[in-house]
Design a binder for this molecule. Structure first.
Ligand SMILES: [Zn+2]
Length: 196
């Protein structure tokens, strides 16, 4: 959710209710951001901001918008305050909204890394370059990779790589075993030229 949208949808009244705070008739309350004896925090419903008049207060001198309010109240980062604001506006919806783009991003980053590796393999494989030329394709112009099927072997073999490969379909576990008794995976597009 954009900060602008949060500020449109989240009101001070919602925050007071969320944190169990109550303002007096003059829209003032004992400031929750410092040890306040008299109500020093003035609420301005017109601008949806608050202002603490106490010089003892961390927030003194600045107008506090709804996101700052959460930030000071929770003593958290701005990023966390935004997440919290979203969860107050939209209880229950936040977890799926925040995790889905992250997963998509991890997948894209992983596949990009693999494709870079496949592209480099074209430079290292004369037969692959000859085959690409025979198909009238120019690997210097086009984004073409070559998968020798070795990316999960030798020095490159590590568990997190293999797990990511399995997760994103670059390796398939068909339940086969190699001669040494280890699990043998079937690589996606082995001995093929590959395109992103
Ligand atoms: Zn204060």
């Amino acid at each position: 959710m954009e900060i602008q949208e949060i500020k449109q949808r989240l009101t001070l009244a919602m925050l007071l209710q969320h944190y169990g705070l109550k303002a007096d008739k003059q829209n003032r309350l004992k400031c929750p951001f410092h040890n306040d004896k008299t109500p020093s925090l003035q609420l301005y419903y017109k601008t949806q901001t608050a202002y603490c008049f106490s010089t003892n207060c961390n927030t003194h001198g600045k107008a506090i918008d709804v996101i700052d309010f959460i930030l000071y109240y929770e003593k958290c980062t701005k990023h966390e305050a935004i997440k919290k604001a979203e969860s107050i506006i939209n209880p229950g919806a936040v977890t799926t909204q925040t995790t889905a783009p992250k997963q998509a991003n991890e997948k894209a980053m992983f596949l990009e890394r693999m494709f870079t590796y496949f592209k480099n393999a074209v430079h290292n494989s004369k037969p692959a370059r000859e085959y690409i030329e025979s198909r009238n394709l120019d690997h210097k112009q086009l984004e073409i990779g070559y998968n020798a099927g070795q990316f999960h072997h030798g020095a490159r073999k590590d568990e997190s790589l293999i797990n990511d490969c399995l997760k994103y379909g670059i390796l398939l576990d068909l339940g086969l075993k190699s001669r040494t008794g280890e699990t043998a995976y079937k690589p996606f597009g082995k001995w093929c030229i590959v395109f992103a």
